[in-house]
Design a protein around this ligand. Sequence first.
Ligand code: NAG
Ligand code: NAG
Ligand code: NAG
Ligand code: NAG
Ligand code: NAG
Ligand code: NAG
Length: 538
Amino acid sequence: MIAVILPVLWALFQLLAHAAPCTAASFGSALPAGASIEKVASVPNGGSYGEGASDLGYPTNAQNLPAVCAVTVRVTSGTSKYRFGLFLPTAANWNSKFLAVGGYSQAGGINWPDMGQGPHYGMATLSTDTGHNSTGADLNWATPDTLLDWGYRALNGSVFLGKALTQAYYQKSITYSYWSGCSTGGRQGLKEIQISPESFDGALIGSAAWYTNHLFPWITKIATYNLPTSDPKHIDVPQFTLLAQTVQSQCDAQDGNTDNIVSSPDTCKIDLTAIQCGDPRANATNCLTAPQIQTAKNIYSDYTTSSGKFVHPGFSPSSEAQWSTFLSFGAPEDFDVRYERFWLYGNPGWNWTQYTDSVVDDSERINPGNATADKYDISAFRNRGGKVLMYHGLADGVVPTKSSGLYYNRTMAAMGTSTPQDFFRLFYVPGMQHCWFTPPEVNAPWAFGGAGQATQLLAQAGFGAGWSVPGFLGDGRYDALVALMDWVEKGTAVERVVATTWSGSGAVARQRPLCPWPERAVYKGSGSKNDAGSWNCA
Ligand SMILES: *[C@@H]1O[C@H](CO)[C@@H](O)[C@H](O)[C@H]1NC(C)=O
Ligand SMILES: *[C@@H]1O[C@H](CO)[C@@H](O)[C@H](O)[C@H]1NC(C)=O
Ligand SMILES: *[C@@H]1O[C@H](CO)[C@@H](O)[C@H](O)[C@H]1NC(C)=O
Ligand SMILES: *[C@@H]1O[C@H](CO)[C@@H](O)[C@H](O)[C@H]1NC(C)=O
Ligand SMILES: *[C@@H]1O[C@H](CO)[C@@H](O)[C@H](O)[C@H]1NC(C)=O
Ligand SMILES: *[C@@H]1O[C@H](CO)[C@@H](O)[C@H](O)[C@H]1NC(C)=O
């Protein structure tokens, strides 16, 4: 009996869940002037899709896709243009939801690999190339129009049009729309909910590089602490490892649990004289001189101008293993000065030795691309029922962890609320570096469905299904994107999300809850510290 009824029901379901054919003609009527279809392709279940090496920003294709219709759209924007990609699941697999995913650094290109995660959840999924074609560290593509596209215009336009094309394809309305992005993707999501409160119902915001016009001057400023490389104060990359080990050995126990994870870096009392050359406790061939220790202290410090103006938070202790991102470059042609060279002053010869606090003033005044996401009052977004789930690794050595706390505090101040927990929660991730991963000697649980995490796990570790959290696929107790959707759609606020890490063999090694700030994970006093059940949020 079942054998007869099931295929009949299935056929009926297929009939009801109708989509237009996966051809350019299906989208034509939804396209405004200035927009055109570049490509439409059917991708079979298990297939991969992308633009390969011609996508300079994201040269790795999406892997292991469910069946999708892949669409590439081109839109004129001022004197420039931007493109976006859409993955549209089959009508039977579409859950009537829309997801837009962010990009990283200054990369130009459609982020096909991260888009690949969305259709597994059943969502129509979009990414924009942000209006240029470049690798992430390249800033030499900037014109006033391409900067505006990168800043917000390409995303805002792509989301509006992408939703229209999605609805034309399924001939059905979208019920809920979401954002997932980390780093620059975190900034993009915040900017979008600030300028266009109806774009998303929920935003998953990771390690956000939101403070663009202060973050970039700070990057140059910390480079000047450590330059020139011939100066006795200069710390070489291998010595960052010594700093990382010292912080781990001193701070780990101070947070109440000796587990290699520094869970409370900002309250740790660090004594760097223990590694100062000449100190009896220091290793004579692996030590820091007094000027080098001062450089490290400068890098941890918040940047405040000589006239006392706060510019940007410094790195938190336990981030040292990633310091080489901005601090291993030597003059002259290094990343740390590209902002001034190409975005502020149009002067390729600008030298770090010219850095003064006035760069901050120029950066505020010029505010390249209007990219800075500092319109803190998001009442319009909240009043529509919008929710923000923000996270940041405590071992982030690229975008300082404290910048998320700063954003959270400023949002509270701007909106006149001391309890924004009803719509905005911030989760710190002890031991996680920038957006994903943890140093092997720390081995902190770091995977929880954050933007790009599944892509990185598959691409770099050859592990997982390319979406969600391996072993816990689509489970909102372990996947922050699903938890966010439950918050938006069912009103179940996110009280905790369990983060996971694995041993080399792929077995779960450690799990621990991430907690909404100011709560933190507290060991219950019994049970394995590697089990999430042994911890409370308190
Ligand atoms: C991006 O630039 C590369 C190198 O110039 C080129 O090969 C590629 O076709 C470009 N891609 C797009 C989408 O324009
Ligand atoms: C964002 O896009 C919408 C829809 O096209 C438009 O109405 C709005 O003006 C745009 N916002 C900005 C700041 O450009
Ligand atoms: C001192 O540091 C050197 C270089 O890292 C290392 O080879 C040596 O084992 C260290 N000595 C001690 C006593 O830790
Ligand atoms: C920057 O200034 C330093 C110190 O004067 C000099 O050694 C270096 O060559 C300069 N770099 C460039 C790119 O001009
Ligand atoms: C940049 O942002 C400012 C302040 O919100 C606004 O007045 C200005 O019109 C924006 N410029 C562009 C080109 O969008
Ligand atoms: C945010 O505010 C809280 C409460 O006042 C404070 O403890 C915390 O240090 C602030 N965070 C940042 C990054 O300024």
